[in-house]
Design a protein around this ligand. Structure first.
Ligand SMILES: [Zn+2]
Ligand SMILES: [Zn+2]
Length: 289
């Protein structure tokens, strides 16, 4: 089956609007994976989910049913939710899936983001019919896709997702906010890297955290992110066809990202000859078939 992957937000940590980020984009994480019958999965609800909501309101005037899969609940992955237009339309059904954080349920975290002390409209006052479902590692089905969730090396409970159309087709992995280097201390098994490579084995398209340049990782080891070179080495090890660098560092403008991409592609030419490497751009559409 052919399906379409669209990038609505590519940035990590905080939105970075402005003339210097116009090409790669300033919105935080949001990607859609659209399969059959216009059904699609929304990956993360960073500020990129706001333009997605506007686009949906223009295309689909009537009530609809939407599924949002969260990698985790750091701000840059949920901050667009209060501004997601379909949540304000009566008759819409919006289902949010993601992990709890420790003993705090996912619904409570989303509720707190819209607490009256920081936001005027509470989560429960939204017009749409909203359900929140907690997921853990393992397999489930959503919108015509088989999804496998895998625990990543990042503060809190952060999940990477591998999606394959139920009717067959190439696989896609969304692995953002993941530390491939030795830094940090995370609640993952000792053979985590081996399990990660198995989880990603033979994946067609790998969207991976590539936030820090080599210079930045020197001082930010343990913060839960990777370098583009580390992402290339992982992609090579798991036999991916296409690596898409994602979760861009807010301090990197378009020119810095051009330089980082060129350097990464040079590394891939020697480390992973058959691997295609690109950098996520807001508005980028990939057709997988
Ligand atoms: Zn993030
Ligand atoms: Zn994070």
């Amino acid at each position: 089956m052919t399906y379409r992957v669209t990038f609505w937000g590519t940035r990590g940590s905080i939105p970075t609007p402005g003339a210097h980020t116009v090409r790669y984009g300033g919105n935080t994480a949001c990607v859609t994976v659209a399969g059959r019958d216009d059904r699609f999965v929304i990956l993360d609800a960073g500020s990129g989910i706001r333009p997605l909501g506007q686009s949906l309101a223009q295309r689909v005037p009537g009530p609809g049913s939407l599924d949002i899969l969260l990698s985790h609940t750091h701000w840059d992955h949920i901050q667009g939710l209060p501004f997601f237009q379909p949540l304000n339309i009566r008759g819409n059904t919006v289902r949010i899936y993601g992990a709890a954080q420790g003993s705090v349920p996912l619904e409570v975290i989303l509720d707190r983001q819209m607490d009256p002390v920081v936001f005027p409209v509470p989560l429960k006052a939204l017009a749409a019919d909203l359900t929140v479902t907690e997921v853990t590692t393992g397999r489930f089905e959503i919108d015509g896709f088989e999804v496998v969730a895998f625990r990543l090396r990042h503060p809190g409970t952060t999940l990477g997702y591998r999606l394959v159309p139920l009717s067959g087709g190439p696989s896609l992995a969304y692995v953002t906010d993941n530390e491939l280097g030795p830094g940090g201390s995370y609640d993952v098994p000792a053979d985590w890297r081996t399990q990660l490579v198995t989880f990603l084995g033979g994946v067609d398209t790998l969207i991976h955290d590539a936030m820090y340049s080599q210079e930045l990782i020197e001082t930010r080891g343990g913060w839960g992110h990777s370098t583009p070179e580390q992402a290339v080495d992982l992609a090579a090890e798991c036999g991916a066809r296409h690596l898409v660098l994602f979760h861009h560092e807010p301090e990197h403008d378009d020119e810095a990202l051009d330089r980082l991409l060129a350097k990464t592609q040079a590394h891939a030419r020697s480390a992973a000859r058959r691997l295609a490497v690109s950098a996520a751009m807001e508005g980028l559409v990939l057709n997988l078939s």
